[in-house]
Design a protein around this ligand. Sequence first.
Ligand SMILES: NC(=O)c1ccc[n+]([C@@H]2O[C@H](COP(=O)([O-])OP(=O)(O)OC[C@H]3O[C@@H](n4cnc5c(N)ncnc54)[C@H](O)[C@@H]3O)[C@@H](O)[C@H]2O)c1
Length: 285
Amino acid sequence: MKDVKGKVAFISGGASGMGLGMARAFAEAGMKVMIGDIERAPLERAVEELRQKGAEADGVVVDVTDMEAVEAAAQATVERFGKVHVVCNNAGVPVGGHSETCNMRNWHWVVDVNLWGVVHGLQAFVPRIMSHGEGGHVVNTASMAGMYGLRGAGPYNATKFAVVGISETMMAEHSRDNLNISVLCPGIVATNIGTAGRNRADKYGGAVAPSEKDGTAAALAKGLDPDAVGRQVLEAIQDEQPYIFTDPGLRYLIERRTKYILAGYDWAENCKALEGIEQSGLLPG
Ligand SMILES: NC(=O)c1ccc[n+]([C@@H]2O[C@H](COP(=O)([O-])OP(=O)(O)OC[C@H]3O[C@@H](n4cnc5c(N)ncnc54)[C@H](O)[C@@H]3O)[C@@H](O)[C@H]2O)c1
């Protein structure tokens, strides 16, 4: 989508961090922006900031774990701006821990926000984007944790691998129409994600303060400026770029994972169980 001026974007988790960076970049490029976020006060501040800069912007309080709320946010976006062209399914929360021992309420929280939140955004917004025929773009926020199994983050990795899987499938499914798909895989970005526990709902155990021992705050503080990510996402939409990596220095993780996977094929080609068996090398789809 080369010409973004006047196009309408919805961004979940847009009141902070990378979502706010996207909102700023989109508004600067002349797009109309609807921010969705679970936190009212930062949402109102973000909308006010964009309006002060002359942008057409609005906000809607939404919990992405709730399909009805996301559907209402999509309806509000179209009522406010007439149509929608871009959806950024960006709201997300971090959960540390090993898959086999992580507290189950945290497991459910991270899956509900990071995976179901993306699915709800796709279900509510993509049919509305496809309905007007002008084309559009989906940006799903995954992570490098969706490309490589980072230690001590099994549940988070699971959700982000799922977001990469959904995005890659949609890239293939929409390769011949006017919907483009990108998956955003950031490295470390200096956002407020370290205090995401403030938004953990009671059903997941309630709000929780960050642990002072875990070093997340110090690591995040050295991360990339989220406004740079916002500008990169805008450029990716204009360039129709499917994979958005924010830290080129992490390329080695993809190379390392590919090497491990291909070693599995080397083993399969020589293992006794498959000796002499002919196969088609085809998959459905
Ligand atoms: N910061 C990083 O280093 C990093 C790296 C890789 C991926 N990510 C991903 O980037 C995305 C954005 O995170 P960020 O780092 O900008 O963090 P952030 O905490 O600054 O922003 C996330 C926003 O999402 C909102 N949110 C949380 N739960 C929500 C819910 N249920 N419904 C609606 N909104 C909700 C928060 O209120 C906040 O405004 C997330 O998906 C995260 O997993 C972050």
